[in-house]
Unconditional design. Structure first.
Length: 557
């Protein structure tokens, strides 16, 4: 009888390009040897696997695994990878093996065994870690490797890499062995008998029951602030903001499952920390700063990969990541932000509709550009709708283009919803779609242009605001793009020394963190005005944006 606590167990993980050998191949293979009585993972290694000739890695798989085509230069042949894996278990006729989703990996390993050792017995005596966990923790909402490892106190990156999965599976294996011992399962044979028994039917609850006790969030303050979700090992999982900490955090755990935030992540939450703020606006600013500093794994949307800001030329045709005498329109979130304006200016002046201009105008990849005839028909339809605006663009290229774009943005603001078109193809273009895409691309581009001007004003300013349904007015002094001071003030507060004006020749220095922080501030000001609060922005000597002007200004940024 082989005792679990003293058994060397091979841990294996495969990352693949498809769901089975019939539809894909092994892309990465990792393994290591774990023991329940030893924290160290022994003989761990992982390798990219060379794909069969002509086979490509799907874009979604590249995104999940971080794979790049250059990795193929150092990849192993599948036969060499099999030989190395077999060498790790050559000492046993059938090595005890633990795999998180054994049914998935075993299909690929059996395919390799059939191809490379057709006359030898299958060398792995495998158990499924997921099946064990389903019996030991039947109430966990998620039993994926990341959720299970996090619940037990081990962090696993969102990127799916074999070595990280091997390490996480080894950690889970050690934890499961301790739990199995409490249930009088001490040997490999007893574990196999347990798994051979029919698993209890899992009752699907209307509302998932998460491991975190409800007292942890029901006792939070009914006040604005920032909350942080932590794993058992104190790893930070997620940072969020709230106008009411109690209501917002509770909504994650007690709402309908389809509307909840990442059930996989909530399975891992072991503790909640929070910081109170004087207002929801200041909670939003603190949330942004915290995410930028700590980069929690589940704050995917606010953790941007692009770390630069951009500055465009006056004709919007080119952009650099630093301002100079020629590139003085910015800051912009992307070098492509103002390309639709450049296309509108050139096409209005009579420039031929080259593939480059057509792609810029409709705001899509060069691969999806409408052909010349369809684009010409779409441009004619656009010209009928906006003849006066396009005529002005022809007469005064830059000024007229901006005025035309402004009209397009304002006309789009009143539309409640827009048709969702997540994918286009060359065959999908027609004149009406071309016209609609030009309108949307130009309107969005103009919004980014106006936002850049507004963020430069916010770079050095004083903001006085009152949140909706609050009697408390707050002052934020923004200096150098960062919050320098915050205090309670009267709503009619006026600065003795206003922030210095920013001239076009004195472009403030932006980096991505500063851009995102001021972007959050502008969004929060828009929210306050929309919901009935009050805002006044003092941005230069004898200059301010008063409450009555802000809806119009913020509507364009």
């Amino acid at each position: 009888m082989r005792a679990l606590a003293e058994l060397d167990v091979l841990i294996v993980d495969c990352q693949t390009t498809g769901a089975s050998p019939a539809f894909g191949s092994v892309l990465e293979l990792g393994w290591g040897v774990a023991r329940a009585d030893r924290e160290q993972l022994a003989d761990a290694e992982s390798h990219w696997i060379l794909l069969p000739e002509g086979q490509r890695v799907p874009r979604q798989v590249q995104k999940m695994t971080g794979y790049e085509p250059a990795f193929a230069a150092h990849a192993l042949l599948d036969s060499d990878a099999w030989a190395r894996l077999r060498e790790a278990v050559r000492r046993a006729p059938a090595a005890p093996t633990a795999i998180h989703y054994a049914r998935f990996e075993l299909a690929f390993l059996r395919d390799w065994a059939t191809r490379f050792e057709p006359h030898s017995p299958f060398p792995f005596d495998a158990v499924c870690v997921h099946a064990i966990a389903s019996r030991l923790y039947p109430d966990l909402p998620r039993q994926s490797l990341r959720a299970l490892a996090g619940y037990l106190g081990h962090g696993l990156d969102l990127e799916r890499r074999s070595l990280g999965h091997v390490e996480a599976t080894a950690f889970v294996w050690r934890s499961l062995c301790a739990e199995l011992a409490l249930r009088s399962v001490f040997t490999w044979e007893e574990l196999q008998r347990l798994l051979s028994e029919r698993a209890p039917a899992k009752v699907r609850a209307k509302k998932p029951r998460y491991p975190l006790a409800s007292e942890n969030y029901k006792q939070l303050p009914d006040a604005p602030g920032v909350y942080r979700f932590l794993r058992k090992n104190r790893d930070l999982l997620y940072v969020g903001k709230a106008a009411s900490l109690k209501k917002r955090v509770s909504s994650h755990f007690v709402g309908r499952a389809s509307k909840q935030l990442a059930p996989e992540m909530l399975t891992q939450v072991n503790a909640i920390e929070f910081s109170l703020t004087p207002s929801a606006l200041e909670a939003a600013l603190l949330e942004n700063d915290t995410i930028k500093a700590l980069r929690p794994p589940y704050n995917v949307q606010l953790t941007v990969q692009e770390q630069r800001v951009w500055y465009s030329t006056l004709d919007f045709a080119a952009a650099l990541s630093a301002p100079d005498a020629m590139h003085c329109v910015g800051p912009l979130p992307s070098q492509y932000s103002l390309r639709p304006l450049a296309a509108l200016m050139e096409l209005s002046a009579g420039a031929p509709s080259t593939p480059r201009l057509r792609a810029y105008a409709v705001g899509v990849s060069d691969l999806w550009t409408p052909d010349e005839a369809v684009f010409a028909a779409g441009w004619a339809e656009l010209s009928q709708r906006h003849s006066a605006a396009l005529a002005l663009a022809r007469e005064k290229p830059r000024h007229g283009t901006l005025q035309c774009a402004k009209r397009l943005l304002r006309s789009s603001l009143g539309k409640a919803t827009e048709e969702s078109e997540s994918s286009e193809s060359p065959e999908g273009w027609d004149p009406e779609r071309v016209a609609r895409h030009v309108e949307r691309a130009v309107a969005h581009s103009y919004r980014v242009y106006r936002r850049a001007r507004f963020l430069r004003l916010l770079h050095d300013c004083d903001v006085v605001y009152r949140e909706p349904n609050s009697e408390r007015a707050r002052l934020l002094r923004i200096r150098g793009g960062s919050l320098a001071e915050a205090a309670d003030v009267a709503l009619d507060w006026t600065p003795r020394e206003r922030a210095r004006p920013t001239h076009a020749s004195d472009m403030p220095a932006f980096d991505r963190a500063k851009y995102d922080g001021l972007r959050v501030l502008s969004s929060e000001l828009k929210r306050i005005v929309r919901d009935g609060g009050q805002v006044v922005v003092h941005f230069a000597p004898r200059s301010r944006i008063a409450q009555r002007w802000l809806p119009g200004v913020l509507g364009l940024v």
